[in-house]
Ligand binder design. Structure first.
Ligand SMILES: CC(=O)N[C@@H]([C@@H](O)[C@H](O)[C@H](O)CO)[C@@H](O)CC(=O)C(=O)O
Length: 318
């Protein structure tokens, strides 16, 4: 069974508006069918928050998500090993379902063994929590292939549960799956516009009770992505492809306008009605022009719950 998760969008420029997290949980569950959350990751600007803010955000998601969400995985990666360990320990104390860690990206690990030593020390701070390696080389600048990182990782990190792979190198991703077929790892794929290709290569969250995909556009295209996952599961590949093309039409459009965390927040505010606030520096708020164009595209693809364009709308996806 495939299911869906999302990365937390959130911190407004100055103060985090914790009060909307309950509403956010309900929106994701009811409107998008998203029940697996990745907190304080890329989209959630986890690395732009202070440690105390990260702790509080994690607490809110775990508390507000209780009995509503399936999994709340907290990203605890940091440049300081000590801070990362503190966050890992905290995630365990508050009852999170797992932790994830990126490679440290200022003083970088120069090979696989050094990276694993770092990850191992973080995992050891939460010895009962499933551990995920979050591979996002375009942002960390750490180019060590995930395939290499996974080689023998369970011997070093007994709680290793899986990989969150946010990169377009499908050869590397497929090798991770192929070389670990005997192991019960979760292979979560984070490039939303390529998810179908990754599913074919073996992307799956299904490991025991763990079942999730974690990414950004699921905040507002979760329903559509779920339709693709369902079609894939029932082996209706033609429908699955149509859904993926449809998602791509939107992503391709916004990528050309300039798409990132700030723009994701603007789109999510527009679609959900929940104020996500602007991003933190060094990010800049999405322009009004971007938001207007994105809205027009969402409408033309029938991704918004307005019906005003349905008649004669050739582009609509539903
Ligand atoms: C670089 C980046 O932000 N990638 C996004 C994708 O969801 C991405 O926005 C999407 O595929 C569009 O390119 C996610 O992989 C990031 C993510 O999962 C996170 O917020 O932790």
């Amino acid at each position: 069974m495939y299911c869906l998760g999302t990365s937390l969008l959130h911190p407004p420029f100055r103060e985090i508006n914790f009060s909307v997290i309950g509403q956010y949980v309900d929106y994701l569950v009811k409107e998008q069918g998203v029940k697996n959350i990745f907190v304080n990751g890329t989209t959630g600007e986890g690395l732009s928050l202070s440690i105390s803010e990260r702790r509080r955000v994690a607490e809110e998601w775990v508390t507000k998500g209780r009995n509503k969400l399936d999994q709340v995985v907290i990203h605890v990666g940091a440049l300081s090993l000590k801070e990362s360990q503190e966050l890992a320990q905290h995630a365990a104390e508050i009852g999170a379902d797992g932790i994830a860690v990126i490679a440290p990206f200022f003083l970088k690990p120069w090979n696989k063994d050094v990276l694993i030593n770092f990850l191992k020390e973080v995992a050891a701070a939460a010895p009962a929590l499933p551990f995920y390696y979050y591979h996002i080389p375009a942002l960390t600048g750490v180019k060590i292939r995930a395939e290499e990182v996974l080689d023998g990782i369970q011997e070093k990190i007994p709680t290793f549960q899986g990989l969150k792979f946010s990169d377009t190198d499908l050869l590397d991703f497929a090798q991770c799956v192929d070389q670990n077929r005997q192991r019960q790892f979760a292979f979560l794929f984070g490039v939303d516009e390529q998810l179908l290709s990754a599913l074919v290569m073996g992307a799956t969250g299904a490991v025991g009770r763990m079942c999730c995909f974690l990414s950004s556009t699921y905040n507002y295209l979760g329903k559509k992505t779920n339709q693709m996952l369902e079609a894939f599961e029932r082996k209706d590949f033609s429908s699955a492809l149509n859904h993926q093309f449809c998602i791509q039409r939107f992503i391709n459009f916004v990528v050309k306008l300039g798409f990132g965390v700030s723009q994701t927040k603007a789109i999510m505010t527009l679609v959900s009605g929940i104020p996500m606030g602007p991003p933190r520096l060094p990010l800049q708020k999405a322009s009004r022009e971007f938001t207007d164009n994105a809205e027009a595209k969402l409408r033309s693809l029938d991704f918004l719950s307005f019906n005003d364009l349905k008649d004669g709308n050739l582009e609509a996806c539903s």
